[in-house]
Every structure is written in C-alpha cells, then in structure tokens.
Design a protein around this ligand. Structure first.
Ligand SMILES: [Zn+2]
Length: 108
C-alpha cells in the first residue's frame, strides 16, 4: 500500500508510513461505503418521518388548545414539544442527507 501523504510504498497492513510516519488508513471499500450510505439514507428517512409526525402533532395540539380551553396549558406544552421534535428531526434529516452525499462522492 502507498502512503496518501508522501506516496512511499509500505508493507501491506502497516499502520504507519515507514518514510514520513503518517498514519496509513485503508480507504473504505465500495461495499463498506454502500452499507454506510444505506444507513445514512435510513436515518434521513426517519428524520423525515419524525418531521411529518411532529407537524401533525403540532396542528392537533393547536386545534385542541382552541377547542378545549380547560386543558389549554397541556396542549400548549405538547405543541412546544412537537416544535422541538420537529426541529430536531429536520436537523437529523439534513445531517444524514449531507453525510450520504459525501459518501456517494467517495464511491468508485
Ligand atoms: Zn508517508
């Protein structure tokens, strides 16, 4: 294997370059990349589902807060939780969408 830093040839399985001392890391195989891409896609879809569910919960909580004034405080708390979960889901979704795009670029 060749050092990615200085290009020197090293014995297969070496952990460090014998010339410059850089750490030698095996580039991920296409199969390993595909597994990671699939995992990222799965988490991205989960984030999307969480976002949709939180939107439904938010609308429901607002409607209930309007029509059942006795429990308004409870429904407002639920609405706030739905907003937090929604923001978190969108963050998760975009994080794994970016990760997936990065991984796809590494595919050979
Ligand atoms: Zn080197």
């Amino acid at each position: 294997m060749f050092c990615s830093k200085c290009g020197a040839q090293n014995a297969e399985g070496s952990l460090f370059c014998n010339k410059c001392g850089a750490e030698l890391t095996d580039p991920l195989s296409n199969d390993a990349l595909k597994v990671q891409i699939e995992e990222a896609r799965h988490l991205e879809v989960q984030g999307g589902t969480g976002y949709k569910l939180s939107l439904v919960a938010l609308v429901l909580a607002i409607v209930l807060a309007v029509f059942i004034p006795d429990y308004r405080a409870l429904f407002i708390i639920l609405a706030v939780i739905a907003i937090i979960v929604g923001i978190w889901s969108v963050t998760l979704m975009s994080k794994y969408a970016r990760k997936r795009a990065d991984l796809i670029k590494k595919l050979k």
